[in-house]
Design a protein around this ligand. Sequence first.
Ligand SMILES: *[C@@H]1O[C@H](CO)[C@@H](O)[C@H](O)[C@H]1NC(C)=O
Ligand SMILES: *[C@@H]1O[C@H](CO)[C@@H](O)[C@H](O)[C@H]1NC(C)=O
Ligand SMILES: *[C@@H]1O[C@H](CO)[C@@H](O)[C@H](O)[C@H]1NC(C)=O
Ligand SMILES: *[C@@H]1O[C@H](CO)[C@@H](O)[C@H](O)[C@H]1NC(C)=O
Length: 485
Amino acid sequence: MKLHALITQFFPGNPTRNLKWKHKSRRKSCANHFWFVLFFSIVIFSILLCFNHLFFFDNTKGFVPFLGKSAYFPGKLKNSSTDSCSGRYIYVHDLPKRFNEEVIKDCQLITRPTDKYSMCKSLENFGLGPRIKGLNDSESWKNSWFSTNQFMLEVIFHNRMKKYGCLTNDSMIASAVFVPYYAGLDLRRYLWGFGVSTRDSSGVDLVDWLARKPEWKRNLGKDHFFISGRIARDFRRRSNRKSDWGSNFRLLPGSENMMMLTIESGSSKNDVAVPYPSYFHQSNDLQVHQWQEFLRKQNRPYLFSFAGARRSKQKGSIRAEVIKQCQTSKNLCNFLDCGSSPEKCDEPTNLMNLFQTSIFCLQPPGDSLTRRSTFDSILSGCIPVFFHPGSAYTQYIWHLPKDHNKYSVFISAKDLRVGRVRINQTLLQISKNEQMAMREEVIKLIPRIVYGDPRGGLDAIDDAFDLAIKGVLKRTHINKELIRV
Ligand SMILES: *[C@@H]1O[C@H](CO)[C@@H](O)[C@H](O)[C@H]1NC(C)=O
Ligand SMILES: *[C@@H]1O[C@H](CO)[C@@H](O)[C@H](O)[C@H]1NC(C)=O
Ligand SMILES: *[C@@H]1O[C@H](CO)[C@@H](O)[C@H](O)[C@H]1NC(C)=O
Ligand SMILES: *[C@@H]1O[C@H](CO)[C@@H](O)[C@H](O)[C@H]1NC(C)=O
């Protein structure tokens, strides 16, 4: 509508000259006045908004165009209504090789005596590890199994990132910036027997390197993210005593501005947990669907099972109680003792067989609150039983549903310790129908918690990687809205 037409609509006659009209209909005039002011406020606001865009577009300080905004500049940016990547572009920092490639080059240095394979083998297949042999590959999902080391998540994620469909070299149109730093693997070289300055040095270097980049200066790194295959606590060493665990990477100024995707988050609001990598890495959607079908037909003779070791050193650990209750529920519970025969627990087929033949899988906290085993059990269609909300519910907010009663059982550790509840009784009370409904929920979660093979095709399902990226983009959009205000 034309401005002139609008004015005449709100001011019939000429109010400035027609004083009589003005006095007679004072109330009406007030109302008209109100509309007039409102109208002009809107016009002026709109004009300011346009200038704002023009200003920020040319002066690149402090603003990165995001979702939809490129439509204002059809000549210069891509047509946002046809650009399916609009709002999803990610810029990847070209880090010096010492922050990633060189960390894994000397793979013996990142290997621990307790590792099943040397990390050199775990690096095979783009970080997925050696293929699991001995499976009859007459069905397509049988090619999707790898003996994956959880610490390789950093490498797997980086390799998936390289295949991400909306990468850009133009950081101005990027909605988020990925920092391909192998934080956990780097730290693994120096965790045992090295001084604090050795453990901290690459983190200090990285923050220094980033701070000099224009991409960092724009938002002080608030749109940056990286991934760690170690728990958040490992990067929050508070003192400089050599005996204290971990590095100080996340306590460095600026570091906390970045979002850290990690297998277990800690106290920082910028940590978000993502699933541990398990053994299944599909090359296409069909393999996932066929695996889900296979699980639906599985026979599960055990009510519950547990794979793990005792934690004698930890006071107040409920592991001992969990193991005792499993062992005294002879025909109901299957226990794979990782303390007396660790080699059995390193064998993925043993673990998968255990979980595939059980209805419930116990997941008590261990050295930390979360366990890789949680994802191995979901992958096997085994309903997880948690004893602490921090083992999953408060962690994997992008990957697991809010309503945790649908896919898991919660038993309070305190009630268990004082003998108020028994594991076998609690689980026996759950009806066959309830079990089936929960198992179906668990099986439906599988696509969300697996990391597809980086060499695979880009298929329809959103896997753990895709959901992590969606979560990151949502967060950076919110952050940018806040920065603009
Ligand atoms: C953008 O794409 C839409 C839909 O294809 C089209 O109608 C429009 O003309 C395009 N605009 C420009 C500036 O290319
Ligand atoms: C694989 O399974 C098919 C069909 O179930 C069977 O005919 C074949 O003998 C099996 N191969 C091996 C190596 O077990
Ligand atoms: C970014 O630039 C590098 C080096 O010039 C090139 O190899 C790569 O394909 C570019 N990536 C994209 C997404 O344009
Ligand atoms: C249930 O667990 C208790 C305590 O661990 C044990 O004494 C009891 O025999 C178990 N019941 C069954 C049916 O296994």
